[in-house]
Design a protein around this ligand. Sequence first.
Ligand code: ARG
Length: 460
Amino acid sequence: MDKMWSGRFSKGASSLLDDFNASIMFDRKLYREDIEGSIAHATMLQKQNILTKDELDSIISGLSQIKDEIESGEFEWKISDEDLHMGIEKRLTALIGDAGKKLHTARSRNDQVAVDFRRYVLRKNKEISIAIKKVMEVLVDIAQNHTETLLPGMTHLQHAQPINFGFHLLAYASMFKRDVERFEDSFRRNNVSPLGCAALAGTPHNIDRSVTAELLGFDSVSVNCLDTVSDRDFALEILFNISTMMMHISRLSEELVMWSSYEFKFVELSDEYSTGSSIMPQKKNPDVPELLRGKTGRVYGSLMGLLTVMKGLPLAYNKDTQEDKEGVFDAVETAEISLEILKEALRTMDIKTDNMHQACKVGHLSATDLADYLVERCGIPFREAHFITGKAVAKSEELGIDLSDIAYEELHKIDNRIQSDVIEKLSIKNSMNARVSQGGTSTKGTLEQLAYFKNYLAEK
Ligand code: ARG
């Protein structure tokens, strides 16, 4: 009967219960946060004259020895200790005796897990937003060299209007910027100290929560203890933030997979970030973007999992909540490696500008330009212009050419209001550069967007 809570029990726990109940094999990842939280708590207790200076000193030196033991691999993690909080406290008492037993005054494990896990998540909000910015930097670098590289812009995966490759990449930079902002918002909203809420209702001891909050780098102290010990919104937020970011990564990955195919051949991933086939010697497969797309599903699973764990919980702490950690750890690690490998795969890929340009020669990408010409130059209402342009597209199809190559005479036969100056409007490059409205694809517009993102990345 070596459990810390064994006072009211007459039989020891079964080993089956130990296996089922324990979180120590995964929550040990939070050892740094746990030790820092304990040092802050003890420091505050001493300030409030609840611990003596000597007791505080021995707690601090015991905890730092434990930290060393953990980091050198000497520390013995035992399932029977249940979780890291009890594992560390038990070791502390073994090392320093009675002072170790006083550390838990005015504190609960509910407090500890809330503070440890929250601080881990806050740290990861920061680290992930920095890693996203590194991907944005690569996108901006590539975009910079491709503000004139034409490729077909698509809707419904059908050729729509010509755009430039830089503009396409900056669409992803825009998504990633929103992701960064979401991680930063979550950090701000959740940077509130839970420590000192004790089990659920606060404590009669004369503690000062603002001291521990400040020592641990929180902006403020939580308002309602009952909420605080069972709040896992911060964990849900990081899962949602990661899920949304992975959705963006997955959309880009889908494009990389398509672009790597013989049908597109817009890019070729470098050998370092491609794989082969065990049977087909010719294959070079885009496993990296495929896995990124696949891992997105796994991250959504963690978000759904925790939302479901939380949905029926009465106040306050319930052991169900112990299920919060593994999904978050997994999602965080997935996000970290995904960002890193995406950055490298993008940085090293070969961009086939000729193929992109070639692809612009099919699909009548400048059809909208003909309709716009009819409106602007000939004063024809847009609906009628759309119809006339449809006729011109049909004629091109009949001739087996792209609309951008049609002769002026053919167009004039369709509608005699069309003049020879129409031809320059139909060139793919001019079509792209004609889109000068704010946020549009023209090279000029793309350069403005580039400046915007460069400025954003330089500010941080
Ligand atoms: N291992 C627990 C968890 O991860 C720590 C809190 C336990 N609290 C309790 N009252 N049993 O949630």
